[in-house]
Design a binder for this molecule. Structure first.
Ligand SMILES: *Cc1c(COP(=O)(O)O)cnc(C)c1O
Length: 409
């Protein structure tokens, strides 16, 4: 496992006990701008090249056959040219290398979207006959739907974190959690969850925290998933997913990616690598804005409850006394749109949009109430954000509690 210097104080203690002295440690901010680029200076390059090839010429078809055999056996990236773009792409590989460094795993495998990444994990486990999944709500709406509908032939048992160990069966292939969860920002103890899983891999969707705030692999998670569409890309212009894990699982993921075709486009890989360079700066600046908005929302009589995770971050959820649809209709600077993790601030109503696909009773049971709004705080000036939010919240309703209080789930 790789280790990093310079983590946030909240998480630094957790890393100290797993530090591996044999590996030279570079700080997270350093890795963010250098990982995946180690060979560039030697090639006389400063920015990474974009390789758009779909195929790669080879006059030696015996050697090419051997590379294909090697890929079929282990899923390892071929030594030498990639053969065909569905096996791998050098520009995407730079992003994968960098993300693995940031998450502290051996490898990472990128996909066309977060959902393609989750699908590939489920298919890897199902191919071994392990179709049962244990999962903790809430999850991102479409992840919930994929499991509930059994679209990939999986069967799900929903449980709370304390029930993970009891929910395991001989055919359990995966335990799936989000922390902080989308959209309620509920957190769970990842070390305890990993312990409860025994030999079953724990997949932590780390989309909300990013490796800047939390590195689940160092707390025992075997698989760390991102919708890279969100903070990793960071500018709302790339759809992508990635799984950080050990090289053995990465090989199986590459084989599934090859066979099912959910590859990431090289231009997207380039934009993601570029996005990673500013990830620590963006996450810290947006989190500072979010913390200030949490302070003001908590004191606001129009707000019934504010959800903000202990580890911090740039996502806020809050419940209003009034009509949440009127708040969405009222924003002018803030963008009323689903998705999150962009440089600009986005707001949406989970019960109507991101979690619409989840059955209403299941949704409410998971704490996603009809009054809940989800705010993805960006990099604008916080005073401008507050005046927009303040105006959108409208007049205070007549019958209100004095102050909201922050709920740490
Ligand atoms: C958006 C999201 C996903 C799905 O990612 P896509 O890139 O939209 O496919 C998965 N998990 C979480 C937590 C998300 O927010």
């Amino acid at each position: 496992m790789f280790t990093l210097r310079g983590m946030d104080s909240v998480t630094r203690d957790a890393y100290d006990d797993v530090r591996t002295p044999s590996i030279a440690a570079r700080a997270l901010a350093t890795e963010a701008v250098h990982a995946g680029r180690d060979d560039l200076a030697g090639q006389g390059l400063h920015t990474p090249p974009i390789d758009l090839s779909t195929t790669y010429p080879s006059y030696d078809s015996r050697a090419e056959a051997a590379r294909i055999d090697a890929f079929a056996t282990t899923g390892a990236e071929p030594d030498g040219p990639p053969v065909y773009a569905r096996l791998g792409n050098p520009t995407v590989a730079r992003f994968e290398t960098a993300l693995a460094r940031l998450e502290g795993t051996e490898s990472a495998v990128a996909f066309a979207s977060g959902m393609a990444a989750l699908s590939a994990v489920l298919l890897v486990r199902a191919s071994l006959g392990l179709r049962h999944v244990v999962a903790v709500r809430p999850l991102y709406g479409c992840s919930d739907h994929l499991l509930t509908a059994g679209l990939l032939g999986s069967e799900v048992t929903w449980t709370d974190p304390a029930g993970i160990a009891d929910a395991l069966r001989p055919d359990t292939g995966l335990v799936l959690v989000e922390s902080p969860a989308n959209p309620t920002l509920a957190e769970l103890d990842l070390r305890a969850a990993a312990h409860a899983c025994g030999s079953v891999p724990l997949l932590v969707d780390n989309t909300f925290a990013t490796p800047v705030l939390q590195r689940p692999a160092e707390q025992g998670a075997g698989l760390v998933l991102h919708s890279a569409t969100k903070y990793l890309g960071g500018h709302g212009d790339v759809l992508a997913g990635v799984v950080a894990c050990d090289e053995e699982f990465a090989g199986r993921l590459r084989q599934v990616r090859f066979a099912t075709g959910g590859v990431l486009h090289p231009l997207a890989g380039y934009l993601l690598l570029r996005g990673l360079a500013t990830l620590p700066v963006r996450v810290r600046a947006a989190s500072a804005n979010a913390a200030e908005l949490v302070r003001r929302l908590t004191a606001d009589p129009r707000v019934a409850r504010v959800h903000y995770p202990r580890i911090g971050g740039a996502m806020i959820a809050f419940e209003v006394h009034g009509d949440p649809h009127e708040v969405i209709a009222g924003v002018r600077l803030i963008t009323p749109a689903v998705s999150l993790g962009s440089v600009d601030t986005l707001i949406q109503h989970p019960a109507s949009i991101s979690h619409r696909i989840v059955d209403a009773d299941d949704r409410r049971g998971a704490g996603v109430g009809d009054q809940l709004l989800r705010l993805s705080v960006g990099l604008e000036d916080v005073e401008d954000l507050w005046s927009d939010l303040d105006a959108a919240l409208g007049e205070a309703p007549v019958r209100v509690r004095a102050s909201a209080g922050v709920w740490h789930a």
